[in-house]
Write a protein that binds this ligand. Structure first.
Ligand code: ADP
Ligand code: MG
Ligand code: MG
Length: 940
């Protein structure tokens, strides 16, 4: 106890001024800051990096950051400031005023501040920021007088009322924007930058009227009250719908909260020698090491990202403001060197003076992430290899595997915008983000078309295959968000005119209506009517390099799920070390095969069944030969027939319909009889719960001819390919085992046929027999099952289904609601439920390896390619994960990251056969048999 207490008091005292009130406010000014990058969770990303940059001597306007701890206290107490917070805020403000040489609300030298949100992880544009706070009817005049610039002062005031009205007073932004547009029309100008002072002054009067009529109160004139309200509003913006949506999509926790940064305003809207911009230290689309960015002259804050005017590229700054360009270049190099990562930097130039307002690790496409990580280690030696591996989000690799428009395709584009991400997409045009979500739920592919996007649209953007906007640059909201996802996105297609109310858009003379199919060529920015052919990606050298490092580092190996020789080759190409799941039933659906399969099912007795089955054998054997050849020398796990038989027959409803029709008319008696038999068989096969019914090994045991044939096909194929001098390693897998007796029996059946084939061919091919662990009971009796199984493969789709009792095919009815209400954190069929289903996996592995130390264990569910699930598989000591061929690189990287974060050797977990290079399969199997003999006495 004494120890615990001393630890407890030791840590907080470092940052707590008194025993009771924590330090809620961290200042930064004049090259000195209380905080630093190390305090990210307390100060948020924005706040901590502003502090860090201040300490580095980068020109940052002075300010202070209110901690996320203050947010927590505020949030927990029903939105009341914790004691001491306001005192610390006013003290912080005092220091800020001293540093800025101006005071909030001062009638002669008024200070203006921004009040900015900032969470631990960057959530671009999801929370709120208020600019130009401190203006009122009096200070606006003082600002005009001091700067001798009426236009500027009134521009700031109208901006302030807009943002304050929107963020703090919850007035719809449109109320202000439509009036701004009207003012532009009245003044006969194109952009807000051209509005004269008088027009802006009149606009402010109008805006104040809006506030009065919408809130029943005058616009708050007391700057301290403005500040308090703005701080609370930014605190509350943590719960804005868009922020909550964003956290859900990115799986960020709700309890982090936001910090609030209050800092002196600098002004990019003073005139032609001022401006604001965003830049990246490398190209965020390709990763190329070149200065990249955009800026807008005579503009403020969000103007660049909101796509209000189309910005100029950063190179233009070189001629417009050479000194600023030079300084900015030096700063971005300095920041990149300091953070050792690509930086995304917000800057503002006020009458030729440069200020940095934010820096963060830049969002990037998967391709850029890979290139930057590889070059920073291999070329520049700025980071080590493990850091390089950790720098790339496994899921982002998926984007490198995106489809692009076929080079050979011939088409004429109706419009061209800026290519924000490299991916191409085909889909039906929709204009309403909510409709996009709805249609996507119905599995329709849609392209969301908007004039520009805003954070409210993220759910719709996420649901769409691609996003097209008519306004905005490469750093616009749409571009940044889509890039993070690697989603196809074309922005600023100026020719595109969206007429949302008419459900169409125009591009030149073309008219495209809602529901019409278009193709977006993400590589070129072209918009094409109709569906263009898309082709698979090719890998860059950097990608191959990174994949190689990941394979080298991972202890959990990666296989693929593949059902055909073509899939198997694809899997090899993507780096799979074997196949973790061949679904044999997929082979049954071929055109020539399905009639035979139906004969097999319709067979009246075992003999008739055997005859049909024998006709299937050559087909199956050919498939296996192809797969073995493609995968040699790696292991191939083949699952014997799993689904219920009715899946191979026509739908009952259709049979019944045709049968009744013929019945009524009385012709074609032959077909009538055939349908009658089919109908009778379907009725016999009818089950209330087919997924819990006559399937898996239950089917194999009751109709042994089927499994016998499959085992024979596997072994004949293996013997033939072995005869060609290739190494084959068949692993025969029994599905849906739930009892030891099932395992024992199917194992014996398999061995009998396999030995027979080996005897016939004279080829001593090594094979093994194992089982899926997908019935919860199998995990619980895994110690006994392991007496008869030589490997386990967790079928987490069925295991999830049976553990939750959720039918996978019907979950759509309640899942959206469950996610919405947070009754489930994710779709458990997409992200492995580590706590529940994962516990069964743990138990299964532990018990299995209790019987057979080093038992080979894998996973072959949908989860095998999902990064957090792969890391889990690594932690529980799986030998390998198996996923779809396209996910193989993702799984390798996740497995490598798992190993870096939690080295397996150090944690003393069993390795299974995790080092493929170390031991040949045959010797491994022998040693396993030996160890089983040793442990037999200990069996429970
Ligand atoms: P977000 O998190 O949405 O990017 P920010 O807090 O970064 O919001 O602010 C929005 C915009 O306002 C940015 O362009 C930022 O650079 C600008 N901005 C914020 N504070 C100031 C300031 N003190 N002076 C000038 N511009 C500012
Ligand atoms: Mg913002
Ligand atoms: Mg920002």
């Amino acid at each position: 106890m004494a120890h615990a207490r001393s630890r407890k008091s030791a840590r907080p005292s470092a940052r707590r001024p008194s025993a009771r009130v924590p330090k809620y406010v961290y200042g930064f000014a004049n090259g000195k800051a209380d905080g630093s990058s190390a305090l990210r969770s307390l100060l948020g990303g924005k706040g901590c990096e502003l502090a860090e940059m201040t300490n580095l001597g980068v020109p940052v306007p002075p300010g202070f950051t209110i901690t996320t701890e203050a947010w927590s206290a505020y949030n927990a107490s029903g939105k009341k400031h914790p004691p001491g917070l306001w005192n610390q805020v006013t003290a912080g403000l005092g220091r800020l005023e001293a540093a800025a040489g101006a005071r909030l609300g001062d009638p002669a030298r008024p200070l203006l501040v921004s009040v900015r949100s900032g969470a631990r992880a960057s959530m671009p544009g999801m929370m709120d920021t208020v600019l130009n706070l401190g203006l009122n009817d009096q200070t606006v005049e003082a600002l005009a007088k001091r700067t001798r610039n009426d236009r500027f002062a009134w521009d700031c005031y109208r901006r302030f009322i807009t943002l304050f009205g929107d963020v703090v007073l919850s007035i719809e932004r449109r109320a202000f924007d439509t009036r701004l547009d009207a003012a532009k029309t009245r003044a006969g100008v194109k952009t807000d930058a051209d509005l004269p002072a008088d027009a802006l002054r009149a606009l402010v009067t109008e805006f104040k009227g809006v506030v009065q009529s919408q809130t029943g109160r005058t616009f708050p004139q007391d700057p301290l009250e403005q500040l308090r309200l703005a701080i609370n509003a930014v605190f509350d913006s943590w719960w804005a719908k868009k922020a909550v949506d964003y956290r859900r999509i990115h799986r960020l926790p709700d309890d982090w909260g936001t910090a609030v940064t209050v800092m002196a305003m600098v002004f990019g809207n003073v005139g032609p020698t001022s401006g604001t911009g965003v830049c990246f230290s490398r190209d965020p689309a390709t990763g190329e090491r070149r200065f990249f960015g955009e800026f807008l002259v005579n503009a403020q804050g969000e103007d660049v990202v909101a796509g209000i005017r189309t910005p100029e590229p950063i190179e233009a700054l070189k001629t417009r403001m050479p000194a600023v360009h030079k300084k900015l270049t030096a700063i971005k190099d300095r920041l990149e060197a300091h953070y050792r990562d690509m930086q995304d930097i917000e800057f503002t130039v006020q009458e030729g003076r440069l200020y940095i307002l934010q820096t963060r690790s830049g969002k990037r496409t998967g391709a850029a992430a890979v290139r930057i990580a590889v070059e920073m280690f291999a070329k520049e030696k700025r980071i080590d290899r493990d850091t390089a591996l950790l720098r790339v989000e496994p899921a982002s690799l998926h984007q490198l595997l995106v489809k692009t428009v076929d080079q050979k395709a011939k088409y004429t584009a109706i419009a061209t915008g800026l290519p924000a991400t490299p991916a191409a997409a085909v889909g039906k045009v929709v204009f309403d983000p909510e409709k996009a979500v709805e249609m996507a739920l119905r599995e329709e592919k849609v392209i969301l078309v908007r004039p520009e996007t805003s954070p409210e649209d993220v759910a719709g953007m996420h649901a769409a295959q691609g996003v097209l906007t008519s306004r905005g640059g490469l750093t616009s909201h749409a571009a940044v968000v889509a890039r993070g996802w690697g989603k196809c996105c074309v922005v600023g297609a100026g020719d595109v005119v969206v007429e949302e109310e008419n459900h169409l858009f125009r591009a030149g003379r073309a008219v495209v209506r809602e529901g019409q199919v278009v193709t977006l060529n993400g590589a070129t920015g072209e918009v094409i009517v109709g569906a263009q052919p898309l082709v698979d990606p090719t890998f860059s050298d950097e990608f191959r390099t990174l994949l190689g490092w990941a394979q080298d580092r991972a202890t959990t190996r990666v296989r693929a799920n593949a059902d055909t020789p073509a899939d198997a080759s694809k899997a090899r190409e993507f780096g799979a070390e074997g196949i973790g799941l061949v679904r044999t039933e997929h082979m049954f659906f071929g055109e020539e095969r399905i009639p035979i399969v139906r004969d097999m099912i319709m067979a009246g007795d075992a003999q008739a069944r055997r005859k049909a089955v024998d006709r299937l054998l050559p087909f199956q054997r050919e498939d296996f030969i192809g797969i073995f050849r493609a995968m040699a020398p790696h292991p191939v796990t083949i699952r014997l027939l799993d689904p219920p038989l009715h899946e191979f027959l026509p739908k009952y409803k259709e049979v019944l319909e045709e049968y009744t029709r013929l019945d009524a008319r009385g012709f074609n008696p032959e077909r009538h009889a055939e349908l009658g038999a089919l109908k009778a068989r379907l009725e016999a096969l009818l089950e209330a719960n087919p997924m819990l019914g006559h399937r898996g090994c239950r089917l194999g045991i009751t109709f042994p001819e089927i499994y016998d044939m499959q085992v024979r096909a596997i072994m004949e194929a293996a013997c033939q390919v072995a005869g060609e001098g290739l190494q084959v390693e068949p692993e025969i897998m029994i599905p849906l085992t739930g009892t030891v007796a099932e395992m024992k029996l199917t194992r014996e059946m398999t061995d009998r046929v396999a030995r027979q084939v080996i005897a016939e061919t004279g080829k001593a091919v090594e094979y093994s027999v194992g089982t899926m662990i997908e019935v919860p009971r199998a995990a619980l009796v895994a110690d006994r099952i392991a007496e008869h199984a030589e490997f386990f493969s967790f079928g987490t789709n069925d295991l999830t289904q049976m553990t939750y009792g959720y039918s996978r095919d019907d979950i759509g009815k309640f899942l959206p609601f469950y996610l919405e209400k947070k009754l489930l954190p994710h779709d458990p069929f997409a992200v492995l439920d580590q706590r529940g289903v994962g516990e069964l996996v743990r138990i299964g592995i532990d018990r299995g390896r209790h019987t057979v130390p080093g038992l080979k264990v894998g996973i072959c569910g949908e989860h095998g390619g999902e990064p957090s699930s792969v890391e889990f598989c690594h932690r529980v000591g799986m030998t390998y994960v198996s996923c779809s061929p396209y996910m193989v690189p993702v799984a390798w990287l996740a497995a490598a990251q798992g190993e870096i974060k939690e080295p397996r050797k150090a944690s003393g977990q069993l390795l299974g056969e995790a080092q493929p290079k170390a031991s040949r399969p045959s010797s491994a199997r022998r040693s396993r048999k030996a160890s089983r003999a040793n442990t037999k006495v200990k069996l429970r």
